[in-house]
Design a protein around this ligand. Structure first.
Ligand code: NAD
Length: 294
């Protein structure tokens, strides 16, 4: 397949590289030259412009920071592609913008999918992402071989916007469960309970969850995680906050009631305000006592 890949950052770069390695003809573009060159070092051919990348493409993949940027790139490119080209947006964006992108693509005669991912930079590099996909069966069928290269699992969640809805619900739960895990281990400390013993109990009991079993926020406990690397991300707390905010916007727009999601958002807001970027979201365990008392 001839693939245009727009946005070659932390996630897009390795995803484009995996498609290239699998034998697809990938033409990449990123506004940031330095970032584009990194992808080129991994075999991705570069176009001089986004427009140049899209010419003659069978699929256009976007991996961009937010909904406004995705919509502006769609405005820029939809008129240039051959009819029936599949536009595949893998960015994490708000559901409303995702739905708008689908409408624009349909009006231009294109197939389209929203397909945000879970698995982080490690998953992008290893080709083990999970894709949560919204859009028509036709579009999904055309993109499925690409999901199989970039990921280990793709779930077709429903019509346009369903992928972003699934992503936001999943990550809201992740934010809540990480705070829950942190609270449990902090309380264990106050109760003079050994944290490794608590891990052995929780990871095989009804409290078990990914935030404990796979990504334990306590250094030296459980499988290796960012806690063992001084909370170097991993999954940056600022991205967790982005996803929590998207969940709260979606809840407000749909009359959804998410009190724990709202509380997790406010705790991560304070955490990111204090630490900025470059700090894993599991590091909240070290600030929870202070944040909880605020
Ligand atoms: P990033 O900032 O590293 O990459 C985004 C890239 O888009 C940048 O290189 C930027 O220069 C480029 N860009 C911005 N506007 C552009 C335009 N108009 N044309 C071309 N390029 C443009 O971000 P990332 O970590 O790769 O994340 C990308 C998306 O994936 C985000 O929506 C993020 O929420 C989501 N996501 C990230 C992770 C993660 O762990 N990093 C995990 C899951 C999902």
């Amino acid at each position: 397949m001839k693939i245009a890949f727009i946005g070659l950052g932390n996630m897009g770069g390795p995803m484009a590289a995996n498609l290239t390695t699998a034998g697809h003809e990938v033409l990449g573009f990123d506004l940031n030259q330095e970032i584009a060159q990194k992808a080129a070092a991994h075999g991705v051919k570069l176009a001089h412009s986004a427009e140049g990348a899209v010419e003659g493409a069978d699929a256009v993949i976007t991996m961009l920071p937010n909904g406004n940027i995705v919509l502006s790139v769609y405005k820029q490119l939809l008129g240039l592609a051959n009819k029936g080209t599949v536009f595949l947006d893998c960015s994490t964006i708000d559901v409303k913008s995702a739905e708008e992108a689908h409408t624009m693509a349909k009006e231009a005669g294109m197939l389209s999918l929203d397909a945000p991912v879970s698995g982080g930079v490690g998953g992008a590099e290893a080709g083990t992402l999970t894709f949560m996909v919204g859009g028509s069966d036709d579009a999904y069928g055309k993109a499925k071989p690409l999901f199989d290269i970039m990921g280990q699992k793709a779930v077709h969640c429903g019509e346009g916007g369903a992928g972003q809805a699934a992503k936001i619900c999943n990550n809201m739960l992740l934010g809540i469960s990480m705070i829950g895990a942190a609270e449990a281990f902090n309380l264990a400390d106050k109760l003079n309970l050994d944290k490794s013993a608590l891990f052995d109990v929780i990871s095989t009991s009804s409290g078990s969850c990914w935030s404990v079993n796979t990504y334990c926020p306590v250094p030296g406990v459980g499988p290796e995680s960012p806690a063992d690397r001084d909370y170097k991300p991993g999954f940056d707390a600022s991205l967790m906050l982005k996803d929590l905010k998207l969940s709260q916007d979606a809840a407000a727009q749909s009359d959804g009631v998410t009190p724990l999601g709202a509380h997790a958002t406010s705790l991560y807001e304070k955490f990111v305000e204090k630490h900025g970027v470059g700090h894993d979201f599991s590091g909240i365990i070290n600030d929870l006592d202070a944040l909880g008392k605020d």
